[in-house]
Design a protein around this ligand. Sequence first.
Ligand SMILES: Nc1ncnc2c1ncn2[C@@H]1O[C@H](COP(=O)(O)OP(=O)(O)OP(=O)(O)O)[C@@H](O)[C@H]1O
Ligand SMILES: [Mg+2]
Length: 234
Amino acid sequence: MLEINGLKVYHGPIEAVHGIDLAVAEGTCVALLGPNGAGKTSTLSAITGTARATGTIRLAGRDLGALDIEDRFRAGISIAPEGRRIFSNLSVFENLRMGAATRTDGDVTGDIEDWLTRFPILGERRGQSAGTLSGGEQQMLTIARALLSRPRILLLDEPSLGLAPKIIGQVFDLIEDLRRDGMTILLVEQNAGAAIEVADHVYVMVNGLVTRQGPAREFGDGSGLMDELTGVHG
Ligand SMILES: Nc1ncnc2c1ncn2[C@@H]1O[C@H](COP(=O)(O)OP(=O)(O)OP(=O)(O)O)[C@@H](O)[C@H]1O
Ligand SMILES: [Mg+2]
């Protein structure tokens, strides 16, 4: 369970998030939707510890406030960041190994092999530098790498951005599979319809505040969110 209360997030003197509450129950997928500049990435950055924030963030009852980025990672926070930030000069295999850098158990190679089997396209390219992969392949690699730390919660920042419709379908199929396997997921998306379909619960953020939240089924296909998502409000 991830529990956020009264969260404010700052970039220098700018307050980007103005005090939000958000919860992700164990084994559920929560979608965080909202227009450009709403504060979605800022919220994820506050969770990973890369942005300055006030308020409380608890993971499985543990207050993360005093922990630095690395300790939060060790505590079980893992992110597939916006823009597929893979290590382009490292091979597919090496990228996956980086994701497991903090693990001390002996199963890392086995886990990597599992992912390479699960995504034959990555398996075929295991020795190839990651920068040569297509956008969709890089997104799969980014998510697989984030999972190699065996996180308690997976944060996904716009995994479908810039991908062709067919590839977007594959990314959402993967998210659906992960959820079914019991992974806890906080999914930031602009693709509201697809996100609502895989999510259990939805939050809508506009201008640094949560304007609406509820069970995913209350949001239908997301078409009722048009005003909020295009930033037309008030
Ligand atoms: N590093 C930064 N320095 C200054 N301002 C920032 C920084 N990062 C974000 N902001 C500002 O904070 C606000 C929220 O940005 P954020 O990136 O969290 O939005 P977002 O909801 O993720 O948008 P998008 O959908 O475009 O990714 C914006 O006004 C943005 O300009
Ligand atoms: Mg963003």
